[in-house]
Design a protein around this ligand. Structure first.
Ligand code: PLP
Length: 428
């Protein structure tokens, strides 16, 4: 069975060439049927149940979190918090940190220049509300992270370093283990004596103890779809991603954080299931992870992500995804160099990137190229890709972006380049 055959969208849209998986991925039959089965047989609300239907539903919900924890190397499934998507997860994190009093006026937050707005705007809101400064780390000409620039910006005012793992524009994979190494060197563990003893310093206040290490936050929205991601290897404190890009349904995202940090934090929102008890004048927040999940969660979304993991396992796991994409990337780049009048905004190497290709056609607006391809049933995206600070830096106001996933084939790539060449001839 070819990979494409697992995805009903292609059977229902013959001839479709889908190259917009960075925006969202298509869903395999296993996910579609799994959600339908759950809704038909086991659906009910979770928490405070006394009947077996709800027990089954709760088990599925917890099992899905255990699966996420296993895959990303979390120590405990209670460290897995569900949100609606990455954007909600990052807002939940930043707002919860603010409510916990972690940031003060004059603190600094470092992000890279290529960040998606989801990892920029919550920090800009924090800047507005608290007076923190947001600084941008540059990238080199080959789009890798500029470590010298990062090192030069790491001073005692830095309270958080928040970086994407993979750029949704360039496809470049950032070396986050090296970032962790740099942070550990620059901010060695605090040494005693502390007032009251080290054990009395709550983890969240580490950054305020003069030289304490800033929080290291990772946006893994574009890495989890393509590669194995392990929070212990990366050495981060928080990580978030969104499931509609990993073959599950839309409306479910993950925020992972170290248990010691999450249990110290005041959640951004508190009601419904996030509460242990409420009296007329006060309330107590629920323990982890429920305290960060107010109201009824996206239950079928949780089932869809469980099924997406089962699908990934059934095709050979992440090693297989990586192998398929590497081959596709090499083929795409090989064909790309044969076209004249196009410029790649991304690494020319296939080993430091995922299969996301942004490019510009000289003298033609990217939207016109995307429209032309759309008329031939080829789906790509054109615009600023929710990364306007980066686009501004490049003096590029729009690019075309073709993004591949495991269901793409060499035939898709051939068709794409055939029509792209026609577009260049006709539109120039
Ligand atoms: C790097 C990155 N971060 C965050 C997001 C936001 O994801 P969502 O729209 O699911 O919140 C995206 C979406 O394209 C992304 O590419």
């Amino acid at each position: 069975m070819s990979m494409k055959e697992y995805f009903p969208i292609f059977e229902n849209n013959p001839g479709l060439v889908y190259m917009d998986s960075t925006a969202t991925s298509q869903k395999p039959r296993q996910v579609i049927d799994g959600v339908s089965e759950y809704l038909s047989h086991d659906y009910s609300n979770i928490h405070r149940w006394a009947y077996s239907l709800a027990e089954r539903s709760e088990k599925m919900y917890v099992d899905s979190k255990k699966k996420v924890a296993e895959y990303i190397g979390a120590e405990n499934w209670k460290e897995i918090i569900y949100s609606f998507n990455s954007t909600y997860a990052s807002n939940l994190l930043v707002t919860s940190l603010r409510r916990s009093g972690y940031f003060q006026k004059g603190d600094k937050v470092l992000v890279s220049i290529v960040e998606h707005h989801a990892n920029v705007v919550p920090w800009l809101i924090l800047a507005e509300e608290v007076g923190v400064e947001v600084e941008y780390i540059r990238v080199h000409e080959d789009f890798s992270l500029d470590f010298e620039d990062l090192a030069s910006k790491l001073d005692d005012r830095v309270k958080a370093v928040s970086l994407t793992h993979v750029s949704n524009v360039t496809g470049e994979i950032f070396d986050l283990e090296r970032v962790n190494h740099l942070l550990s060197e620059r901010y060695p563990p605090l040494t005693p004596p502390y007032q009251g003893g080290e054990e009395n310093i709550p983890p969240l206040t580490r950054g305020r103890q003069g030289g304490g290490r800033p929080l290291f936050i990772v946006d893994a929205s574009q890495s989890v779809p393509h590669m194995a991601v392990d929070v212990q290897k990366i050495g981060c404190d928080f990580l978030f991603f969104t499931w509609h890009k990993v073959m599950a349904d839309s409306g479910i995202g993950v925020l992972w954080g170290k248990e010691a940090l999450l249990s110290e934090m005041k959640p951004a929102f508190s009601w419904g299931g996030a509460i242990s008890w409420v009296k007329k004048t006060c309330f107590k927040e629920a323990p982890l992870p429920d305290r960060f999940e107010p109201g009824t969660p996206n239950l079928s979304g949780a089932m869809s992500l469980l099924k997406a993991y089962e699908f990934i396992e059934s095709i050979g796991g992440y090693p297989q995804i990586e192998a398929i994409e590497k081959e596709l990337s090499e083929y795409f780049l090989q064909k790309f160099w044969e076209v004249s009048g196009v410029r790649l905004i991304g690494s020319t190497k296939s080993d430091s990137r995922v299969s996301v290709f942004s490019f510009i056609v000289d003298g033609v607006h990217s939207l016109d190229v995307a429209d032309y391809l759309a008329d031939h049933d080829i789906c790509i995206r054109a615009g600023q890709h929710c990364a306007e600070p980066f686009m501004g830096e490049l003096w590029v106001h729009h690019t075309c972006r073709a993004s591949l996933y495991i269901y793409n084939t060499r035939e898709d790539i051939d068709r794409f380049f055939e029509v792209l060449e026609q577009a260049i001839l006709e539109l120039k």
